[in-house]
Design a protein around this ligand. Structure first.
Ligand code: S3P
Length: 769
């Protein structure tokens, strides 16, 4: 590839300038590389080591013929450099469109300096800031990979040419950085909070401890916390001195805000306000973890950038007794109802998957103190029906449709305005299905785009001026999410809210409301609540998730010589469609130890290698197994004869279009299937004699059904896990791309699968967080 530039001139060979020079050299981004630095030994070292083609201490001696100048000197020296550049430009040694950029960590003052020094701003002038650095400084600390996975902020000026921006962007991307554009003022304010303030505090804390008479003891016993917190106080004092002055006003306002927060914390400690302090600490801890997700390219942000994969070798048998993680639907509801209840709610078995954690974070953002999760245990300090507070930022629902739809109902009834948003997948899913009936109740909700997706903006009742009104809503689809959304809104509505569902859908909301002491009337498929009541906190034991158990049920059924017992799985009759369908397919499945936990029935489920037969799936079972079809399609592929699914259009609007995506994957693995408008027809591939009339020795000598191949999960957790199960009847390796979303519902899936005999390796790809 042609180098991007003819000659790059770096002014200032400190850590950033020298690292960029090294990265340009290593990536062959310029034909020539020259540098200017008042400290001649750095220039000499650069030339001697072959990094630089030329260099010197006087700009006009070196810069001629450059098409990119990078100013990497301390902020306060930039003005003088601009003056030198203007002089060289005037003398014709530099092209008028030469790109001139800087790497300084404040931008407003750089722009002011440019305006002061240049009679006309050059078209190539693009202020920029790579957010990368280290506490070490100087030429010898340089690292070509310093910018990899770091952000570079470009602050284009009205005078900047698009060509200059484009080329600078290419340069930074070529050295591994992610480029973002931003207004200079915004940049300076953000940096004041996220970089300048922490540095200031680190310097200050070291100063505070060092000033104590017993400072030796202080430092001797100062353990990890002090060391971690003050690592950045080892940075260059001169540089920080300059930054504190050049970004003075933004830093002072960040510092003032910090003072207010510090004062609040001080008061909580003086007052021994345990709940509020726990709330603050818990919120901060969660926010810290959450932003880790948001910054890494994980499901929380750019799912299109995901690249982790499963690489799965064929295996034949699974065996053991295992515990499956907690139920996702019930975990969501435990947070929601626990938060709006009065008193404390203790939750055990909470699913620490990303979807339920998104709900948890949303309620923390609305001021609820929630302790945990710690090994599935949570303590929720309920704030009552009127205690939620507006979140300072949009509520981020990640990948979770349940969080967004159920929360819409709760938020439509609150006094304050809210905004709900999600990741790129969630922001494509239909939200008018809840927004439209909520509007009938008097809610004011704005969805996005022509297809009515999130972000959703919800106007608070204080601004609307009146309460929600109860309605009777005939649901067009059997969706527990729509039903739950309306029932939750109905808790605050005037009068009765009734929903009628066309088929039975999961009833966890109804059950949990009753468990919290809120009356719910159920009359067949008509469910009603009366507004104006209250909930009382209590104890919730979340059972194991039958939707997660489903993968292992199918694993045992299709493989040879297998027996698995899944302990204490939720067997709420509105969720057991998977068991009913597998039984219709002739699966050897039994339950034992049936009991109730927290209003939900549970049992141990045992399933053995089975002679599956294809069936026509009764449409009445579809809503009761709505999340299990991807893995049921794997079972159907291993059955004798044809399986036909109809009445399952809803599958097209889940985390992916599960009909299309499963068909694509099945065909890749050699299964014959036909997509229909509302379902799928699968030709089971069991060999002659397999199926219902298979004998024990045939079961124990099963033939592969699937070939090997590369599956694309379309960032859908259940697609990824379903195809992982197919490896139990595969002839070759299967790779599944885009497996990060598995963490939304089943953290630890691969480890558990390997524990019972499967062979899944994880390739973290390029986005390992
Ligand atoms: C859920 C309901 C179902 C299901 C989802 C969880 C819930 O969605 O697919 O995973 O917790 O209420 P629909 O109600 O839209 O079918």
């Amino acid at each position: 590839m042609q180098p991007l530039f003819q000659q790059v001139c770096i002014i200032g060979l400190g850590l950033i300038g020298a690292s960029l020079a090294q990265a340009i050299k290593d990536n062959n981004l310029s034909r020539r590389l020259v540098a200017v630095d008042g400290y001649v030994p750095s220039i000499e070292a650069g030339i001697e080591q072959g990094l630089l083609d030329a260099g010197g201490s006087i700009l006009s001696d070196v810069v001629s013929g450059s098409d990119l100048i990078v100013i990497a000197v301390p902020v306060q020296a930039v003005e003088a450099v601009f003056a030198d550049i203007e002089a060289v430009m005037d003398s014709g040694q530099l092209a008028k469109d030469c790109i001139i950029t800087d790497v300084c960590s404040t931008k407003g003052n750089i722009i002011a300096a440019a305006k002061a020094m240049f009679s006309t701003l050059p078209v190539g002038l693009v202020p920029a800031h790579p957010i990368a650095g280290a506490e070490n400084s100087g030429y010898h600390a340089r690292r070509a990979e310093l910018f990899v996975n770091h952000s570079v902020i470009i602050c284009e000026l009205p005078t900047t040419s698009p060509a200059a921006i484009n080329k600078l962007r290419q340069l930074w991307e070529a050295v591994g950085a992610t480029v973002m554009a931003m207004e200079a003022d915004h940049h300076d304010s953000i940096l004041a909070h996220t970089s300048h303030l922490p540095h200031l505090l680190a310097f200050n804390l070291v100063e505070q401890l060092a000033s104590h008479d017993d400072n030796l003891d202080m430092f001797r016993y100062a353990a990890g916390g002090f060391r971690d917190f003050t690592r950045i106080a080892a940075s260059d004092p001169k540089m920080w001195h300059d930054i504190f002055f050049t970004n003075q006003s933004a830093i002072v306002s960040a510092l003032d805000e910090y003072g207010i927060y510090l004062q609040t914390m001080r008061q909580l400690i003086i007052d021994k306000d345990s709940t509020a302090l726990m709330g603050l600490l818990g919120r901060a801890q969660a926010a810290r973890r959450h932003f880790g997700h948001m910054l890494a390219s994980t499901p929380y942000t750019d799912i299109s950038a995901m690249s982790a994969s499963y690489i799965i070798s064929p295996s034949t048998t699974v065996a053991g007794t295992i515990a499956i993680p907690g139920d996702k639907s019930i975990s969501h509801r435990s947070i929601m109802l626990g938060s709006i209840a009065e008193g404390i709610t203790h939750v055990t078995g909470f699913l620490e998957g990303e979807d339920a954690l998104a709900t948890l974070q949303a309620f923390r953002d609305m001021g609820v103190t929630i302790e945990g999760p710690d090994k599935g245990k949570l303590t929720i300090h309920g704030v009552g029906m009127n205690g939620l507070k507006p979140s300072k930022t949009p509520l981020y629902m990640g990948n979770s449709g349940t969080s967004m739809r159920l929360l819409s109902g709760i938020l439509a009834a609150q006094a304050f305005d809210s905004v709900l948003t999600g990741d790129t997948s969630l922001n494509k899913r239909p939200m008018e299905r809840v927004a439209a009936p909520l509007r009938q109740m008097g809610a004011v909700i704005q969805s996005t785009g022509t297809s009515g997706t999130s972000p959703l903006s919800i106007t608070g009742r204080d601004n609307v001026g009146k309460s929600l009104q109860g309605i009777h809503y005939d649901m067009p689809v059997a969706s527990a999410q729509i039903k739950s959304c309306l029932l939750l809104a109905g808790l605050w509505a005037e009068g009765t809210t009734t929903v009628t569902q066309p088929e039975v859908s999961r009833d966890h909301t109804e059950r949990m409301l009753s468990a919290f002491g809120y009356e719910v009337k159920v009359d067949g498929n008509r469910i009603s609540v009366e507004g104006g009541g209250k909930l009382t906190g209590g104890v919730i034991a979340v059972p194991a998730d039958i939707s997660s158990a489903a993968f292992f049920m199918v694993a045992a059924a299709i493989s040879q010589d297998s027996e698995l017992t899944l302990t204490q799985v939720g067997i709420n009759p509105t969720r057991t469609g998977i068991i009913d369908i597998l039984k219709l397919m002739n699966a050897d499945i039994t339950s034992s130890n049936e009991t109730h936990v927290g209003g939900e029935p549970v049992a141990d489920i045992t399933i053995r290698s089975s002679n599956l037969v294809g069936i026509e799936i009764p449409e009445s079972l579809v809503p009761l197994a709505i999340d299990e079809f991807p893995v049921l399609f794997i079972a159907a592929s291993c059955a004798k004869g044809r399986t036909v699914l109809t009445g399952a259009k809803e599958l097209r609007v889940k985390e992916s279009d599960r009909i299309a995506v499963m068909a694509e994957g099945l065909q890749t693995l050699g299964v014959d299937c036909t997509v229909t408008d509302d379902g799928l027809i699968i030709e089971g591939k069991s060999i002659e004699g397999d199926g219902g009339d298979l004998n024990t020795s045939q079961i124990n000598n099963r033939q592969p059904v699937f070939g090997g191949g590369h599956i694309v999960s379309h960032h859908d957790h259940r697609i990824a896990m379903s195809f992982a199960i197919s490896s139990l009847r595969a002839s070759k390796k299967i790779t599944i791309e885009g497996i990060e979303t598995v963490n939304t519902s089943f953290p630890g899936f691969a480890e558990l699968a390997n524990h019972i005999g499967m062979a899944i390796e994880i390739d973290a790809g390029t986005n390992e967080a």
